[in-house]
Design a protein around this ligand. Structure first.
Ligand SMILES: Nc1ncnc2c1ncn2[C@@H]1O[C@H](COP(=O)(O)OP(=O)(O)OP(=O)(O)O)[C@@H](O)[C@H]1O
Ligand SMILES: [Mg+2]
Length: 393
């Protein structure tokens, strides 16, 4: 720890700093190339600079995984590297006598966790925490792990077990496009940013074969439905229905080509995630049939129209805020798509009901314009959270 004496460093600290600088130089300019250090605990002295320089050197040498004791540090390569995740590599880590002796890889973590379950007489649940900032590669890493377990946790001798694992893998993989359509959005940091947390459970039987899976989602960023930062987008699904609906669906959902929606910013940007067909297909595989899908998409179109419902100031506290001229049609369309009667919907948005007194008397108070906007946004968040929160494997 550095000690300050009257604003000056004491002599021993100055000496300490000098020797640290020398150690740093010796380490960074040493003979061992930095990219060969596959464990950050071997970095000496451990400073922010040495750790970052080591990771940078490995990144430059196309080495994206590094150990840090029992933790694995994964760098995002920002380019596809299929040979790093091939079935052969999976088998190599799965069959290695000591996978920790191979190059650091996400499959080492996967395999060690798998062996932990296997080696215990009474199996104990194992957890892998994938964390990092937005765009770091958490979703990518989780997908790699799921693919790995789908391969290694299937018995090679039993055709039936292999089929079960394959079916589970397919369901998990199908859940991804659906969850990502409803829960991911383009942000400044990541075109496919997950706006929710995910708890994935893989279930193994006593023979360590995969028998089931469950995906639980939580903390969906519902506010995004009604409020998006500039240069960001709403959830992918809204763009998918606007860009991918057929002519008939457009008519049915009132989504005219080129129609402007205030909750659909930056629609001109097309991303690879804007693929409606993939979402529909995956929903079908998850058991969400075409009529149910239609109901969901119709409600989403209703939300877009609800977002165009704007109120003017009433000028009189006793009167509800009037709708802006161009919003009258929007609220009607929103009500019909959401299958709500128009008048009660408008009343809910504009009038607050208060119960007070011993007799719980009911008072109806017109809301201010800002309150009307908030109530509209809250309704949208509630409606959106229902289908989005129900996606299950
Ligand atoms: N190992 C990898 N190989 C190739 N590309 C990768 C890898 N990891 C991440 N990427 C790329 O980086 C992008 C962002 O990664 P990802 O979506 O997994 O980030 P995230 O940590 O889940 O971010 P967020 O918290 O915003 O959801 C991916 O779409 C992919 O293009
Ligand atoms: Mg993610």
């Amino acid at each position: 720890m550095l000690q300050q004496v009257n604003g000056q460093s004491s002599g021993s600290d100055a000496h300490g700093r000098e020797s640290l600088r020398e150690d740093l130089q010796a380490f960074l300019g040493g003979e061992a190339p930095l990219h060969q250090l596959d464990d950050l605990t071997k970095v000496n002295p451990v400073t922010l600079e040495t750790v970052l320089r080591c990771l940078q050197a490995r990144y430059t040498a196309d080495t994206f995984y590094t150990r840090a004791g029992c933790t694995l540090v994964a760098l995002n390569p920002f380019k596809p590297i299929p040979q790093l995740y091939s079935p052969e590599v999976m088998q190599e880590y799965h069959t290695a006598p000591q996978p920790q002796k191979l190059k650091p890889h996400i499959f080492t973590v996967g395999e060690q966790t798998y062996r932990n379950v296997k080696s215990l007489i009474e199996p104990v649940n194992q957890s892998i925490v994938v964390s990092g900032e937005s765009g770091a590669g958490k979703t990518w890493t989780s997908r790699c792990l799921m693919k790995f377990y789908a391969v290694v946790a299937a018995s090679p001798t039993s055709w039936e077990s292999h089929k079960i694992a394959e079916r589970i893998e397919q369901r998990i993989l199908n859940s991804n496009p659906v969850m990502e359509a409803f829960g991911n959005a383009c942000t400044l940091r990541n075109n496919n940013s997950s706006r929710f947390g995910k708890f994935i459970q893989l279930q193994l039987n006593r023979a360590q074969q995969m028998t089931g899976a469950a995906v639980q989602t939580y903390l969906l960023e519902k506010t995004r439905v009604a409020c998006q930062a500039s240069s960001e987008r709403n959830f992918h699904i809204f763009y998918q229905i606007c860009k991918g609906a057929s002519a008939d669906e457009r008519l049915q959902w009132h989504l005219a080509e080129g129609a402007a929606f205030s909750w659909l910013p930056n629609p001109e940007r097309t991303l690879e995630e804007d693929c409606f067909e993939v979402t529909r297909e995956a929903m079908l595989h998850l058991g969400i049939d075409a009529p149910t899908q239609n109901n969901i998409f119709q409600a989403l179109a209703g939300l877009l129209h609800l977002g165009n419902t704007r109120f003017a100031d009433s000028g009189n506290e006793a009167q509800p805020c009037p709708l802006m001229d161009d919003a009258k049609c929007s609220v009607r369309t929103a009500a019909s798509l959401l299958r709500l009667p128009e008048d009660p919907l408008l009343e809910t948005l504009r009038i607050r009901t208060i119960r007070a007194g011993r007799r719980q008397q009911v008072f109806r108070k017109p809301c201010s314009r800002a309150e009307c906007d908030t109530r509209r946004d809250c309704l949208a968040k509630l409606v959106y959270a229902r289908p989005a929160g129900r996606v299950r494997v």
